[in-house]
Design a protein around this ligand. Sequence first.
Ligand SMILES: [Cu+2]
Length: 129
Amino acid sequence: MTRIGDMKKNSIIVIMALIIAGSLSAGEVLDYSDVTDGVVDIAVSNQGLRFTVDEIVVRIGANVRLTFDVVGGMHDWVLDEFDAATEVMRRGGSQTIEFTADEAGTFEYYCSVTGHRRSGMYGSFIVIE
Ligand SMILES: [Cu+2]
């Protein structure tokens, strides 16, 4: 193989690595720490074995209304510390749950379908004082 051929191959590998890295960090951060009364409406979906939201920040005492839409596969959204969980739903499923974030700290929400949490289907739920 020529040197030019090797360079082409290397640049293709670099481009593919960048695409993969980009898709892994697709989740967004939702910061509602400035909301001190009323309801915090949060929408989460999935992209393969990832939630579309990586991190949610709310103020302590926030009344959270979270809607989880499943766009592919079979998933749920679970946050143990606040007894908050949707049912396991298939593609097209949507459920809205409500809970009060009455404890400060950093908690982890996840999908309880076998293997999904380990595969990266989780995020941080941060409650600040
Ligand atoms: Cu899942």
